[in-house]
Design a protein around this ligand. Structure first.
Ligand code: GLU
Length: 811
């Protein structure tokens, strides 16, 4: 018995025949209804059984008591006083028809437990169209299961029989009481794998704990009229939980109360509300007594928003314009409950033992890039995880002879852990054996080798700014220009000048552009030093201007290029790419044993790569099993290692003598591996994408590559950009030129002296040897700064006079 309060606080009684009527006992129901009428109820809802429904309805019709039904009524006929808040089975089964069509199933087996269930999906039979779609009905029946507690039916024989037909798509039409048991038995006979799909027609599907069936990736779809996320549903569910009623419609699980709210309970709440609201509406118009109300009008029932959505009726008293939620059991929704085991590998920076003096336990024992990625994924998806270390550090290689996998891939196939995360490359071969998430890191194969060594600077580096041809051209230009000055000087009258300006009419004129002076004038300009010569004629001035311009450009270019040559180190690598590496014999090379890099060369059709693989197959001793070993080999031997770019990046951040040579040979990624058709895949892939989009993966890469464990060590060296002082090796050639030039000058002066002495000796009939000795004695007598010229006496100590040296512009 329920009571309704109107605004005037009057109390109206409405009767319920839900739980107090034993099903199928129409007499009892009838009696119960009469009893309620005698107590003066103004409305009635229920009963819960289809069988007694017509009798109750008859009584209600007689007394004109409004009657609300809350259960599925297959035979419902519209009577004046009856409405049903449970949607008509035909409309519901049309939803399943639509679902099957949308999924494109061409064959479907309907498993039902009793006639009522079958009737509720009768519309499905119209899907049975020859040549297009087959619908097969199969009743779930079986002996009582003696092995289990209670009187559970054993459906296993019939399920096994169905399994043998090879069919994989089913509609499960059974009461909620046996639904869980049926699902468990389906699991027991092996029909709860990712191959199978089920549509569950019971509207209470959401009340059944589904997590045991989610791990295998079975596709389960159902519909629900209750949205557990609405505030109203949560409020009612919480209230019911608080009261801890023993109502059938509620299980005492507070945390998931909204999910556990049964449809029947929600419909009862809705029908009471509907009744109350309708009464409120009517009291304005009619006097309410323990007497029939005028519910006979088709539009008397109000529309309300209940726990099952909008409660509205059509003219026949059937529910109309209601919504249902389609629930697809996906791992994504329920991932929080996962407890996962991850394989990791001790291989820096992907997975390492945490460096600490504290005694650590559990997942804290490990750190690294992959450990952090899992931590971030678990934050998004809410799963728990445990790490297991893969001791042999092998990622996974397929033995083509035995067709057996090893390493992490093998562990995943054998189910020793759920997932594996490491520098595990996604390859087509591995993808056939296991599933991978979206890649969390992208990379390609490259070569790790010693850093190219700088070429020792050459002694004549100062000559490098110009090529030999330019130097030759410069020399030739110098002589030609000097010659042209000489010629122009002789031709230009202005260049013939009076050597003694005081003499107005000179006897002879002199020309400053002698051969020697022309050469001196040109070199003076070239060396940017100038000379005492000043061209006078227009021709020589024009030629000078052009020559100076030429010199300006040449000297500026030389200076600019010289700076670059002196500061930039020229680096030489014995090979620049894989092609050059493959075609030489001095440097040995290898890759990781059984790794994705080795497989890449093994399976490649490119001739150079085939050559590389042939070499590696011939030299198994050059293949390594561990990254540290490879790095040591590259550092200490003349050995190049074919490695993945991400690991090369990590190594070259810490070993400054090593570098990557050449670009990437391919483009691939690392993924998280899991069993084939694992239900974790979609959820994890989406979460990986999310980490990528939010920049978390980049952040983690910077942390583990450039910051932690000695990262960034080599960056300061190469990026310092400080100018280094030039040493003798850079500029030694200039000193050499200076020395040679000075020595040549000395020799020239000796020759000049010798020539002059020989000339004077011949003229004065003196001995060349004596004259030369005298001159040398004078030269080394550093205190003597004055040379006396004395005719006929060539001894400078005796103030001997010599011919004056040829200063000035004497021609
Ligand atoms: N990432 C590779 C793999 O998954 C290992 C390293 C390599 O082969 O270079 O096998």
């Amino acid at each position: 018995m329920f009571v309704c309060h109107t605004e005037e606080r009057e109390v109206y009684r409405i009767g319920g025949l839900v739980s107090d009527c034993p099903p199928h006992n129409s007499r009892e129901a009838y009696k119960g209804a009469r009893r309620l009428f005698e107590e003066g109820i103004v409305g009635l809802f229920g009963p819960s059984s289809t069988h007694s429904s017509p009798y109750i309805q008859q009584v209600c019709d007689m007394r004109e008591i409004p009657h609300i039904e809350t259960h599925q009524n297959l035979n419902q006929e519209r009577n004046d006083t009856l409405v049903n808040v449970y949607p008509h089975p035909r409309i519901l089964s049309d939803i399943f028809v639509d679902l099957i069509e949308a999924y494109g199933w061409d064959k479907v087996i309907v498993l039902y437990d009793n006639d009522e269930s079958l009737m509720s999906v009768s519309s499905l039979l119209k899907l049975n169209v020859p040549e297009k779609r087959k619908v097969i009905l199969r009743q779930l029946e079986g002996p009582n299961d003696m092995s289990s507690q209670g009187s559970d039916q054993n459906y296993r024989p019939v399920l096994t029989e169905i399994k043998l037909t090879g069919e994989t798509r089913f509609v499960l039409a059974c009461s909620v009481e046996i639904l869980k048991e049926v699902l468990i038995q389906l699991q027991q006979v092996g029909m709860m794998t990712n191959r199978y799909s089920y549509i569950i027609t019971n509207l209470d599907m959401q009340t059944v704990e589904m997590s045991p069936f989610q791990y295998a990736g079975t596709n389960i779809t159902g519909i629900s009229m209750i949205d557990p996320d609405t505030i109203e549903v949560r409020k009612v569910a919480a209230e019911l939980q608080r009261k801890k009623t023993n109502s059938d419609g509620f299980e005492n699980d507070g945390s998931i109360a909204a999910w556990r709210l049964k449809l029947e309970t929600a419909l009862i709440v809705d029908s009471i509300r509907l009744f109350a609201e309708t009464i409120y509406e009517l009291i304005d118009n009619e006097e309410i007594k323990a007497k029939p109300l005028n519910f006979t009008s088709k539009d008397s029932w109000k529309s309300i928003l209940g726990l099952t959505g909008m409660v509205k009726f059509d003219r026949e008293g059937f529910r109309k314009d209601f919504n249902v939620d389609i629930m697809e059991l996906t791992p994504w929704r329920t991932i929080e409950s996962w407890e996962m085991e991850f394989f990791i590998k001790k291989s820096p920076p992907y997975g390492m033992l945490t460096e600490t003096t504290d005694q650590l336990t559990g997942n804290d024992r490990y750190e690294g890039y992959c450990v952090d990625v899992i931590k971030e994924l678990s934050k998004i998806l809410g799963f728990n995880y445990t790490f297991i270390v893969q001791e042999d550090k092998v990622n996974g290689n397929l033995d083509k002879v035995t067709n057996e996998w090893n390493g992490m891939i093998r562990e995943i196939i054998d189910g020793r852990a759920d997932l594996a995360i490491a520098d595990l490359t996604v390859t087509s071969e591995r993808e056939k054996a296991v599933d991978f998430t979206m890649p969390f890191m992208n990379l390609g194969i490259s070569i790790l080798y010693r850093k190219p060594e700088p070429v020792p600077p050459s002694l004549f580096m100062f000559a490098s700014p110009f090529s030999l041809l330019v130097w030759v051209m410069l020399g030739v230009s110098y002589f030609l220009v000097s010659l042209s000055f000489f010629i122009m000087g002789r031709l230009s009258p202005a260049e013939w000048q009076n050597p003694y300006p005081c003499v107005e009419e000179p006897e002879h004129l002199v020309n400053q552009f002698s051969v020697r002076n022309s050469l001196w004038f040109t070199i003076g300009a070239l060396m940017q030093q100038g000379s005492e010569l000043a061209p006078v004629a227009i021709s020589t001035r024009t030629a000078s201007g052009v020559w100076w311009f030429f010199v300006l450009i040449m000297v500026s270019s030389y200076t600019a290029n010289l700076a670059a040559f002196l500061t930039v180190e020229t680096l030489v690598t014995p090979f620049k790419n894989i092609k050059e590496l493959a075609s030489q014999t001095e440097i040995s090379y290898g890759a990781k044993q059984g790794g994705a890099t080795a497989s890449y060369f093994r399976d490649s059709n490119v001739s150079e790569y085939k050559k590389v693989w042939k070499y590696m197959a011939r030299h198994p001793e050059l293949m390594t099993t561990d990254d540290d070993e490879s790095v040591q080999k590259v550092k200490t031997e003349n050995y190049a290692f074919l490695m993945e770019s991400t690991t090369i990046e990590y190594v070259t951040e810490r070993h400054c003598t090593l570098a990557q040579v050449g670009g990437l040979l391919d483009d691939k990624g690392y993924g998280i591996a899991m069993k084939k058709d694992s239900p974790y895949r979609n959820g994890l892939s989406r979460a990986v994408l999310k980490l990528q989009e939010t920049g978390k993966l980049t952040e983690l890469k910077i942390k583990w590559w450039k910051e932690k464990k000695g990262g960034g060590k080599c960056a300061s060296k190469s990026e310092g950009g400080e100018a280094t002082a030039l040493d003798l090796a850079n500029v030694g050639g200039v000193f050499l030129v200076l020395s040679v030039g000075s020595i040549l000058g000395l020799i020239a002066s000796l020759i000049e002296l010798a020539l002059r002495i020989s000339h004077n000796a011949r003229k004065d009939h003196l001995s060349f040897r004596d004259e030369f000795r005298k001159e040398m004695r004078f030269a080394v007598a550093f205190k003597q700064n004055v040379k006396v010229i004395k005719a006929g006496n060539s001894d400078p100590n005796d103030n001997q006079v010599m011919d004056p040296p040829n200063y000035g512009f004497k021609v």
